[in-house]
Design a binder for this molecule. Structure first.
Ligand code: ADP
Ligand code: MG
Length: 148
């Protein structure tokens, strides 16, 4: 599916709809170059799950967990850009953080990729003019659940 997200308001609105659809164990895999809008979409999803206030970019910490009651579901926001090898995702304890949580992953391919998981929604962001287009592809668990 190709979804136009022409401005920040569209990005925020769709991110919040995605948040409403999320179930524990889901992965939102965000692909796209620097400045494509990965963190912007992650922020909208995290806000949609109930988090109030700032959402730091996890580019330095790599993993940023959020826990109820501040959010509806436990979630982990990760930016794997700085990983040199997929094994490093396990070394920093990714599996422990993921237990029962939603994973929002920037640069998922640096962690080995998650597209083989049925709960993975792969979103590739492309810059078009002033806005973005999202190319969205869901695993089996996402059938009939992807908001538009
Ligand atoms: P990334 O995490 O992919 O490097 P960011 O989320 O930091 O990218 O976004 C980079 C810039 O793109 C920000 O200034 C943001 O405001 C802008 N941006 C994000 N989404 C959109 C959109 N749908 N339309 C226009 N600008 C956007
Ligand atoms: Mg980012």
């Amino acid at each position: 599916m190709r979804l136009p997200l022409p401005d920040l308001a569209a990005m925020d609105a769709w991110g919040r709809k995605l948040a409403d659809a999320l179930l524990p164990g889901d992965v939102i895999a965000l692909t796209g170059g620097l400045g494509a809008g990965k963190t912007t979409l992650a922020r909208a999803i995290i806000a949609g799950l109930g988090h109030e206030g700032e959402v730091p970019s996890p580019s330095f910490a790599i993993i940023e967990p959020y826990d109820p009651p501040a959010v509806r579901l436990p979630l982990v926001h990760a930016d794997f850009y700085r990983l040199n090898h997929p094994d490093e995702a396990q070394e920093i304890g990714l599996d422990d953080y993921r237990e029962g949580a939603v994973l929002i992953a920037e640069w998922p391919d640096h962690a080995g990729g998650f597209a083989h998981e049925p709960g993975c929604l792969s979103i590739t962001l492309e810059v078009v003019e002033d806005g973005r287009i999202a190319i969205v592809e869901g695993g089996a668990d996402w059938l009939g659940r992807i908001p538009v």
